[in-house]
Design a protein around this ligand. Structure first.
Ligand code: ADP
Length: 671
């Protein structure tokens, strides 16, 4: 390019303005070439001849002299070394190990089940299991022009861990050989950046600071986009919806708000040619982003064999591992749950509690049971003398639970997942509470801002603490529970001291607030699921020690009413059948969530009452993200249907374990 431009200038085909115009830093190399060709065409025959002659000479010269292997400039190699060591340090340990564990990612990593979104299951079966390398490979590419790969999965399905694995392998030179530089970003961390940034600042301030000449290195990045990879973890935590109305921004040196930078990068307006991998929960990705995707990959958690490997890796003592696995296999509901890595991790971590539960009946059946087990585990970790039948443990740690619960709830209301020490203090969280191990130190942000920052070990744990706070606080407003189950107005509560979570966005902008609501939806639903589970009869005696019985009863009634109302709303939307057709209901994902809440309550009366009101002949549950966990809940509720139905479950990930879970309801399914 440089040579061609000089010849065109020397021969007078180009003016110096033409010359500078092509060299503008906003252009990527391919855009520069396009611009040069357009200009040559507009200049006519003579300019075209000059260019062709130049190319011909260049070709002759390169064919007569042997090709030298290209090596990146020294500046760039030095930066790569620094970036590699920083990425390696960040990805070596799993964040869930927090203060307590020391297992490295290598020791514990299991490949999760990956599926292409756009390929039929037969084609997937033919091409064999998808591997980690395929995330960035050619397999399943639907749009060659696009640069962005989306990895979708539910909370806890292992999205962050998958990226972490990719980062670590790159840092060691064991994968992603095509990429010279990999820049990892966490949307959670980026969310707390309020000031406008240029792309250069984004890369160097947030990933790795160059020791040498910044401008030279940045120019190299602009000139070689195909050698660069950006990863963005947790797009759903960005508090900003992707939309086409987004301000266009294509200049790498100009400052812009983080969401503008990010969306322009993903769409390819900025840094076209740089490959990007972004992870998100499925609910939050709209058609606006899908149009710009190279491919979409679904992460479905562990296979049954994966669970086996995970537990064996987690426990170095094979006898313990075998006992844990026996315990999991003997309880199909728990086996279903363990397909989600975060639950599998908790179950393996709390193995003493699990093995102490006795028979399958007493061992965890619901997600709430699993998280209560984790709560007990971390609270009683230091105690040498433990009585497994003692139910006073929650009451003993009630103060800590409420303090962390308040922090969690207020955080969710403001879409805030990272907390400063000041915010912790405001909720009364003490050093001892921190030492319990529910929070982990967010190291990179703490060093960047010179102030300690904390986050819950996993977002689902934050939801669990928020649910505990809602259930255990005696004077919790009635409307809080209603809002939770309607998944609306959650972030408008007047009681919420929004200004206190300083680094989180203030929702002055209505569009921003709506975007945040959409992003927060999955967390609100998880919290509601936990509230249902905690108010289950199974945990009544445990909670009774911490909250008066009449208040708990009132909350139970309220939740049951909310669930029943929610189901009625779905039933009302069923269209009347036309002529000979069967009465059919096409369930929305919200329907499956309500069913999961009913299952968490473990109250067959509620399931019965609700289902007897459903009068249909066909239930269509296609594309509802149904895995083994959902099958357990579906089966629990659907077995109470009055009339037999046809059950349609295509385009989900039911699997063998899911089918097994469905057995109790198959007698009401005529097809
Ligand atoms: P997500 O980002 O989808 O919410 P994470 O990647 O944070 O899920 O996973 C939650 C936890 O589950 C991790 O911290 C880890 O303990 C466990 N986990 C997830 N994926 C894997 C994996 N592939 N191998 C081993 N453990 C995993």
């Amino acid at each position: 390019m440089d040579g061609a431009l000089e010849v065109l200038l020397d021969t007078g085909s180009f003016t110096s303005m033409d010359f500078d115009g092509v060299q503008l830093p906003v252009y990527t190399p391919s855009q520069k070439a396009r611009c040069l060709l357009d200009l040559v065409r507009s200049k006519g025959e003579q300019a075209a001849n000059v260019l062709l002659q130049y190319i011909k000479r260049k070709e002759e010269r390169s064919s007569s002299s042997p090709q030298e292997e290209w090596t990146p400039p020294k500046e760039c190699l030095l930066y790569q070394k620094k970036l590699r060591s920083s990425v390696s340090a960040q990805s070596y340990f799993l964040s869930t190990n927090g203060r307590t564990g020391s297992q490295s990612l290598d020791d514990i990593y299991i490949q999760g089940h990956l599926e292409l979104a756009q390929t039929s299951s037969e084609a997937q079966a033919q091409s064999g299991p998808m591997e980690l390398k395929d995330v960035l490979g050619m397999l399943g590419t639907v749009n060659q022009e696009a640069d962005t790969v989306l990895v979708c999965g539910e909370a806890g399905s292992g999205k962050s861990t998958l990226l972490q694995r990719l980062h670590l392998l790159w840092a060691r030179g064991e994968a992603l050989h095509d990429f010279l530089l990999v820049f990892p970003f966490s949307c959670r961390r980026l969310s707390s950046v309020k000031r406008e940034l240029s792309l250069k600042e984004l890369l160097f301030l947030h990933c790795c600071w160059p020791d040498g000449d910044q401008n030279q290195l940045f120019q190299f990045i602009l000139d070689h986009p195909h050698l660069i990879l950006f990863t963005f973890d947790g797009l759903d935590e960005l508090k900003h919806c992707f939309s086409d109305l987004e301000q266009g921004h294509c200049c790498p040196t100009q400052c812009a708000p983080i969401p503008t930078l990010l969306f322009n990068l993903l769409q390819g307006f900025l840094m076209k040619g740089v490959r990007k991998v972004v992870t998100s929960r499925p609910e939050v990705v709209g058609p606006g982003l899908r149009r710009y995707l190279r491919k979409e990959v679904h992460l479905k958690g562990f296979s049954t064999r994966g669970i086996d490997c995970f537990v064996r890796k987690h426990h170095c003592d094979p006898t313990v591992a075998t006992r844990v696995l026996e315990s999991i296999r003997s309880n199909t509901a728990l086996l279903g749950l363990c397909h989600i890595p975060v639950f599998c991790w908790i179950v393996s971590k709390c193995y003493k509690e699990l093995l102490g539960c006795g028979d399958a009946e007493g061992s965890p059946q619901t997600i709430t049971d699993v998280y209560l087990m984790m709560l007990q585990h971390l609270f009683q970790r230091q105690e040498t003398q433990r009585n497994p039948l003692d139910i006073g443990w929650l009451q003993e740690h009630q103060e800590t639970t409420l303090r962390l619960g308040q922090l969690a709830k207020e955080g969710l209301e403001a879409s805030c997942y990272i907390f400063t020490s000041t915010e912790l203090q405001r909720c009364g969280v003490t050093e001892d509470d921190i030492c319990m191990g529910f929070l982990s130190l967010s190291k990179d942000l703490s060093s960047l801002r010179n102030c300690l920052h904390y986050e819950f070990l996993h977002v689902t744990l934050q939801c669990f603490f928020a649910a505990l706070f809602i259930v255990l606080t005696p004077n919790m407003e009635r409307s809080t529970i209603s809002q939770l189950f309607q998944s609306k107005d959650w972030q408008q509560q007047p009681s919420f001291p929004r200004a206190c979570l300083g680094h989180c966005l203030a929702w002055q902008d209505v569009a921003l607030k709506e975007a945040a609501m959409t992003a927060e939806m999955p967390n609100i639903q998880i919290t509601a699921t936990f509230v249902s589970g905690l108010l289950s009869h199974r945990h009544h005696s445990l909670l009774l020690l911490s909250c008066p019985g009449n208040i708990l009863d009132r909350k139970v009634k309220h939740v049951v009413k909310c669930l029943s109302k929610g189901m009625q709303k779905h039933f009302k939307s069923i269209p009347q059948p036309v002529d000979e057709e069967k009465k059919s209901m096409h369930a929305m994902p919200g329907f499956v969530w309500l069913i999961k809440c009913i299952y968490e309550m473990q109250e067959s009366k509620i399931a019965k009452n609700t289902m007897t009101k459903l009068d249909i002949e066909h239930l269509k549950l296609t594309y509802c993200n149904i895995g083994p966990v959902e099958c357990t809940a579906l089966s629990y509720v659907l077995q109470h249907l009055r009339n037999p139905v046809g059950l349609q479950l295509d385009y989900n990930s039911v699997g063998d374990v899911g089918v097994e879970q469905l057995l109790p309801c198959l007698h009401v399914c005529h097809s």
